[in-house]
Design a protein around this ligand. Structure first.
Ligand code: ADP
Ligand code: MG
Length: 253
């Protein structure tokens, strides 16, 4: 398919005797929001860490734009390919400003390697507007600790967008967020999609992902049990029922 961005084929990964992923195959198209759903321990984080170059799979293949990745896939190569991941277990530096967080580790520098603080401020301001920071209270100089949970996710998303992510991966971004805050994260995701990025939104709760996702990939104990377009699903309740049916069939065999 010509709008295929990423394809994973038969990815397997074990940690000691824990079989985290068994022959996982999945696709991500462009642009779309994919809900990657599964219970705690299903293998969601492991899967996206493989795609992001953090872990090497024990076996399996990664394709980008239809071309198989050759040699050692790494975080640096994933970045270079436009894959930006916001990890659930790696927060922003909350004592620093929004602008510093957006450019941390990848500062805009001029001659002699000096950081262009003014330029970073302007770019951060533009990004904040583009992704829909509505509160005028915040400027690029606001300290992240003063932001709400949803707005912090927004900073992480802005950072990814500055680096023109083709694929933005958010690992459980709405955990522990209120409904209002979750809505903010949704609007940031939609802004990213409008700008042409594909988004993988990881959640352990189908209801959290249902409204926002165009497609669902369901992981159950290291196995993809379902990939389905939202247009093929009648409701979140029906999708949950399908998942339960699959789980029961799995237990029976
Ligand atoms: N670095 C690791 N070392 C050992 N076991 C791990 C490691 N990472 C994940 N696991 C195990 O792999 C399984 C899948 O974990 P994970 O991918 O974090 O699931 P999820 O993100 O869906 O909650 C779990 O049983 C977990 O304990
Ligand atoms: Mg996880």
């Amino acid at each position: 398919m010509n709008n295929r961005l990423v394809e994973l084929k038969n990815i397997t990964k074990s940690f000691g005797n824990v079989n985290a992923l068994n022959n996982v195959s999945m696709e991500i198209n462009k642009p779309e929001i994919v809900g990657l759903i599964g219970d705690n321990g299903a293998g969601k984080s492991t899967l996206i860490k493989i795609l992001s170059g953090v872990y090497a799979p024990d076996s399996g293949e990664i394709f980008l734009h239809g071309k198989q990745v050759e040699g050692h896939w790494s975080v640096a190569r994933a970045h270079a390919a436009g894959i930006e991941t916001v990890y659930q277990d790696r927060a922003l530096c909350v004592q620093h400003t929004i602008a510093l967080n957006i450019f941390m580790g990848r500062e805009i520098t001029g001659a002699f390697g000096l950081v262009k603080v003014r330029k970073q401020y302007e770019e951060a301001e533009r990004l904040m507007r583009e992704i829909g920071f509505t509160s005028r209270v915040f400027t690029p100089d606001s300290v992240v600790a003063t932001l709400s949970g949803g707005e912090r996710q927004g900073v992480a998303i802005a950072r990814a967008l500055y680096f023109e992510a083709e694929l933005l991966i958010l690992d459980e971004p709405t955990n522990a967020l209120s409904l209002t805050e979750t809505q903010k994260v949704y609007s940031f995701m939609l802004a990213a999609k409008d700008k042409g990025s594909s988004v993988v939104f990881i959640s352990h709760n189908i209801y959290h992902a249902y409204d926002i996702a165009d497609r669902f990939i369901i992981l159950d104990r290291g196995t993809v049990v379902m990939q389905v377009d939202k247009s093929e699903v009648e409701s979140a309740e029906r999708l949950v029922q399908h998942m339960k049916d699959f789980a029961r069939a799995g237990h029976a065999s």
